[in-house]
Design a protein around this ligand. Structure first.
Ligand code: PLP
Length: 375
């Protein structure tokens, strides 16, 4: 292919004067951490996802780790999770010495299959970490029921799913604690950051203590450390960006849905490309990345290289966790452990996708993809 006419990035945050205004207010207030802007953000996000409590943290990984801590998960315990996710979904319990057990995903939803989870339970199983992959809600009702039956903790890694709905209610409102992430490619972008939403006041208080070096929740002195904690604090500057993003979250989600619908139309009839799982009555996706599946006979590495040469940034969202180098080395996982997830992961391709993506850039992306596939 000749040198690219234009370049289309994979992701870009959508920020305007409102973020600048609120950040400036925080800078001028002098309250850069542990301040009122974080409290306000927590109130607003809790309302938004329909959970009574929220604890903001420095990243979604930090939030997941704290939930693993508060569940008392440690060495000798097994945690069942999906292989089709980002490494942090498993790292959060490896930090505590627990052992990963991967249950395969459902062919239709790409999320962990509750029957596979149930089949993987042993007397060492302590928890299940489900993921709403690419913003598509996981099978919460079945997972809640089976965790209840077996006395297991359920954590929803919703890092990619702010705004998604399961059975007509937002992810975060269904009972189990959920963790959302705010990295710049996310639906709500603050640079870094995350939040745990929960229905338990007690859990929220523990999280607030743990994120702040284990300081007493109930207003002890600055050096009153009542437990071993972490520095997983977020800053008020990031919270200011978060409030501005929350104010326009509906607009951001609508722009993402519109861009996804436009891609769906442009890609209809392109040979060799299948679309990601569609919404149904129970599952309403919040669009995070726009991922398609290439036909099995196509060489994805070549497609990616050619698309980049054509000026289109793409990514292989996402490799299976159990096949990452450190997982293979440490636990001896190999291909064949989770064949459904492995097949999906081998064929996925993420196209440029963000709220301000222009229609003509999308047309260009599809034109380049079509040309690459026809070669
Ligand atoms: C499913 C999932 N879990 C966890 C994380 C970790 O998020 P963070 O980068 O905020 O730690 C990500 C990040 O992209 C993710 O996609």
């Amino acid at each position: 292919m000749k040198s690219a006419l234009r370049r289309v990035p994979l992701a870009r945050p959508y920020l305007d004067e409102r973020e600048e205004e609120l950040v400036l207010e925080v800078l001028r207030s002098g309250r850069l951490s542990l301040g009122p802007t974080i409290d306000r953000f927590e109130e607003l996000i809790a309302q938004r996802v329909g959970a009574p409590y929220a604890a903001a943290v420095s990243s979604a990984t930090a939030g997941l780790h704290l939930l693993v801590r508060t569940a008392g998960i440690g060495a000798g315990d097994e945690v069942i999770t999906t292989p089709l996710s980002f490494a942090a979904t498993a790292n959060c319990f490896l930090y505590e010495g627990a052992t990963p057990v991967f249950a395969d995903v459902d062919t239709r939803t790409w999320n962990v299959d509750p029957a596979a989870v149930e089949a993987a339970i042993t007397d060492r199983t302590k928890a299940v970490i489900a993921v709403d992959i690419f913003g598509y809600p996981c099978e919460l009702d079945a997972l809640i029921a089976l965790c209840r039956r077996h006395g297991l903790t359920l954590i929803d890694d919703s890092a990619e799913a702010l705004g998604a709905e399961y059975k007509g209610k937002p992810i975060g409102s269904h009972g189990p604690p959920a963790v959302f992430g705010f990295y710049p490619n996310k639906q709500l972008a603050t640079g870094e950051g995350g939040v745990v939403t929960t229905h338990s006041e007690e859990l929220r208080e523990e999280l607030v203590s743990l994120r702040n070096q284990g300081r007493s929740y109930s207003g002890g002195s600055w050096f009153d450390h009542v437990r071993l904690g972490f520095n997983y604090r977020w800053t008020d500057i990031q919270a200011a960006v978060g409030i501005a993003q929350l104010e326009k979250l509906d607009e951001l989600l609508t722009l993402r849905s519109a861009a996804a619908a436009r891609y769906n139309e442009l890609l209809a009839g392109v040979d060799g490309v299948e679309l990601a799982p569609a919404d149904d009555d129970d599952h309403r996706r919040s669009w995070f990345v726009y991922v398609v599946q290439l036909a099995p006979e196509l060489d994805r590495a070549r497609v990616m290289a050619d698309m980049r040469e054509g000026g289109v940034d793409v990514a292989e969202y996402m490799p299976c966790i159990h096949l990452l180098t450190y997982m293979r080395e440490r636990f001896g996982f190999t291909e064949g452990l989770c064949p459904v997830a492995e097949e999906i992961s081998r064929r996925t391709l993420a196209l440029p996708f963000f709220p301000g993506l222009e229609a003509d850039d999308q047309e260009y992306v599809v034109e380049v993809l079509r040309a690459v596939l026809e070669r």
